[in-house]
Design a protein around this ligand. Sequence first.
Ligand SMILES: [Cu+2]
Length: 210
Amino acid sequence: MYKHYTPVEQVDMTFYYILGISIVVLIGITIAMIYFVIRYHYKRNPVATQIRGHVGLEILWTVIPSLIALSMFYFGWISYLDLRKIPKDALEIQVSAEMFNWFFGYQEGKESQNELVVPVGRAIKLNITSEDVLHGFFLPAYRIKMDAVPKMTTNAWFYADKEGEYDIFCTVYCGVGHSGMHAKLKIVSKEDYERWLKGESLGEKSSNNH
Ligand SMILES: [Cu+2]
């Protein structure tokens, strides 16, 4: 039913769903607590009331929270599946982490450092690895976070739907330069991407902005 949503939208909807339920539960519990504190204050209720078990109530407060927890899992699971379902026509880019830089390798033999350049309107598949220690590839704009592990390749993908610049961070403490280990994702037009692959720099066009 929500198949047409992107993984980004799905992750966000799951987040707001869980946040919404948390707020409702927080308010509900707080109101109940205040009510009980006042209603059963010792002046109003000098002798403690003994309450026996109530099967109906117990079933209710077991079943309802279970259904809520399961629904949270369901939305999380659905969005996770789409984050893992890499489109077949995705453009593959090699990502390699090394203290304290990100290196990107493109099909045409082109390489770049701390600058991931991709054409707009394409699904991008990242094959991520590390040359030394554990790093974490984090692209918050596309809700992607994936470990970069030495001697192993992990994958992540995103749909480059909008031209622009986005931050890439390392999320695993990997040494003294960890906090400075970031890169930029640059989503450019198809033509700019082709030109860039052939060796032209991207800056030439954006200097028109001045
Ligand atoms: Cu790192």
